[in-house]
Design a protein around this ligand. Structure first.
Ligand SMILES: Cc1cc2nc3c(=O)[nH]c(=O)nc-3n(C[C@H](O)[C@H](O)[C@H](O)COP(=O)(O)OP(=O)(O)OC[C@H]3O[C@@H](n4cnc5c(N)ncnc54)[C@H](O)[C@@H]3O)c2cc1C
Length: 75
């Protein structure tokens, strides 16, 4: 996804372990909401995100999936 890949326009785009290089950002400019998860609080993606989580993705994502399943009644 990006300058040399696809351009996407989702309602919500999860940038998980994505630094936020300009070449990548070029592909997500039409995303309505950008949620960034990165363990580096100074990662450039946070300047382009509506919501940011500073965390290790291997710890955060399983918790997020569990919570989503609980809300959907699948847990
Ligand atoms: C001509 C040209 C065209 C390009 N076109 C594209 C393009 O179309 N699309 C594209 O994506 N790139 C493109 N690039 C490459 C771009 O410049 C970047 O190198 C690339 O986007 C970096 O990808 P990344 O953020 O996934 O990886 P990295 O730069 O390696 O960043 C990884 C990020 O993940 C975080 N991270 C690592 N481990 C964890 C963890 N356990 N938990 C949480 N966070 C973690 C790190 O803190 C870091 O911020 C292009 C480059 C050039 C020169």
């Amino acid at each position: 996804m990006g300058l040399s890949g696809h351009k996407v326009a989702p309602k919500v785009y999860f940038a998980i372990g994505i630094s936020g290089a300009p070449q990548h950002l070029a592909g997500i400019t039409d995303a309505k909401i950008v949620v960034a998860v990165n363990k580096d609080k100074s990662a450039p993606i946070f300047k382009n995100a509506d919501y940011g989580v500073v965390a290790d993705l291997y710890q955060f994502i399983p918790v997020l999936i569990k919570k989503i399943k609980e809300r959907k009644g699948q847990a």
